[in-house]
Design a protein around this ligand. Sequence first.
Ligand SMILES: [Zn+2]
Length: 167
Amino acid sequence: MIVFDLHCRDDGTRFEGWFRSSADFQDQLESGLLACPNCGGDQIEKAVMAPAVGRKGNQHAGVPAPAPDRRPAVQAGQDAAVATMAPLSEDTKKALFAMAEIQRKVLEKSRWVGGKFAEEARSMHYGEAEAQPIHGETSIEEAEQLIEEGIEIAALPFPVAPPDAVN
Ligand SMILES: [Zn+2]
């Protein structure tokens, strides 16, 4: 991965863009895929080149990193107030949509247990409760502990709104 400092000619926003390579950046630029996180304008130019730095590992335990060779993410820049995503290629969008759809289908048969995930997962693992698919919330530390205990869990690739939080 390579990181470029980008600059919006419209409002002067500076932000970082991550690209597979210099050519990848050129491709995205020429296809008009790059947009300013602040105003959405496409008058983007390269500011100063920064050294390539590896991204920190995925923080969700057990999640395979999605398409690591094509993960264009824009981080919140010096002047940008919020973190934004770089525009995704059509292929990436399709792949993400398909994954989200799979997750939705899987969860249809799964019971939401909210913050009791670790507790429920343990009782099922140790035979105190009937095994059934569940999903809920847990901390990274707790998830790591569950995995250490040999309990098979996986982080969901997409955030899930708790049923009681859906408007
Ligand atoms: Zn802008």
